[in-house]
Design a protein around this ligand. Structure first.
Ligand code: PGA
Length: 279
């Protein structure tokens, strides 16, 4: 844990530079980094961020994550929706990814996750919910059509992302390139292990492949919100901010995006040692 009282609900403008101090792209890029005391406060702030986006533009097109991290985000959004503080009736959603080879009704699928955690409890119009079909016989056509649907919807207004301990975003595992589009990918063993909670805690039961929205599609979103909690994410968060921009750590490509907000808890901030405080 980082010590001192100064990290509590810390809000900062964070200039991402190479260790030499030279900007990565020749042009200074600023990410908004907020570090919160707890997982709960991180996800509450994320819910406020998403709610503000939707309240400002009710027809927002959202790119949505799954996994453990956003569980509290969805709980929060559901309660705000049920308390009439958030109107989700006009949003369009796209999910980031889905396991390949299992159907929407499989309890481990992200379709099931999203129904359970979110869609069954909020008034998002069914025709505005978009998810990749893990049972498609033609993944190339399925992925191309998904990218076309995103384009037809006017592009993503807000992409909400988690980060893997290996630096993946969506299921863009290390090796994914900046120009990658929605496609079929092979999951790394650690990614299957971290999803075992959806498959009776059996990593071997997690499908070995998945469909994921690509890096290029994520980078085209108007705004990006990245969430990370827990010490297990600390190294990936550090590398995303301080290491090279590289396919070896796909989240680092977010440094090429002009409008990224990063919300993390203090455990995920453990390795960050270069911060510029502006308040
Ligand atoms: P997690 O996954 O929230 O389950 O840690 C995040 C991710 O892999 O993107």
């Amino acid at each position: 844990m980082m010590s001192g009282p100064d990290l509590e609900n810390y809000s900062s403008s964070y200039s991402v530079n190479k260790p030499s101090g030279r900007p990565v792209t020749g042009q200074k890029r600023t990410l908004e980094l907020e570090i919160f005391e707890s997982e709960q406060s991180t996800l509450e702030a994320a819910a406020t961020f998403v709610s503000d986006q939707v309240n400002n533009r009710q027809e927002s097109v959202l790119l949505l994550p799954t996994g453990r991290t956003p569980l509290t985000l969805y709980t929060q959004l559901v309660s705000r929706s049920q308390a009439d503080q958030l109107d989700l009736s006009r949003v369009t959603t796209f999910n980031l990814d889905e396991f390949y080879g299992i159907g929407a009704d499989h309890p481990g699928s992200y379709h099931s996750y999203m129904r359970r955690c979110f869609f069954n409890q909020v008034p998002v119009a069914p025709q505005n919910i978009n998810m990749l079909d893990g049972t498609t016989p033609d993944p190339v056509a399925e992925c191309r059509s998904y990218d076309q649907k995103i384009e037809a919807a006017g592009g993503i207004d807000l992409a909400v992302l988690g980060i893997g301990a290996n630096g993946h975003i969506g299921f863009n595992e290390p090796g994914s390139t900046q120009d990658s589009r929605t496609r079929l990918v092979v999951l790394q063993p650690e990614t299957r292990a971290s999803n075992a909670f959806l498959f009776d805690n059996q990593p071997a039961a997690v499908p070995p492949k998945a469909l994921t929205v690509g890096i290029a599609t994520i980078l085209q979103a108007k705004r990006v919100l990245l969430l990370a909690t827990g010490e297990i994410k600390a190294q990936a968060v550090y590398d995303m901010l301080n290491g090279p921009v590289t396919a070896g750590l796909p989240a680092s490509f977010l440094r090429l995006h002009p409008s990224v907000s990063i919300m993390i808890d203090r455990n995920a901030a453990e390795r960050i040692n270069v911060m510029q405080r502006t308040i």
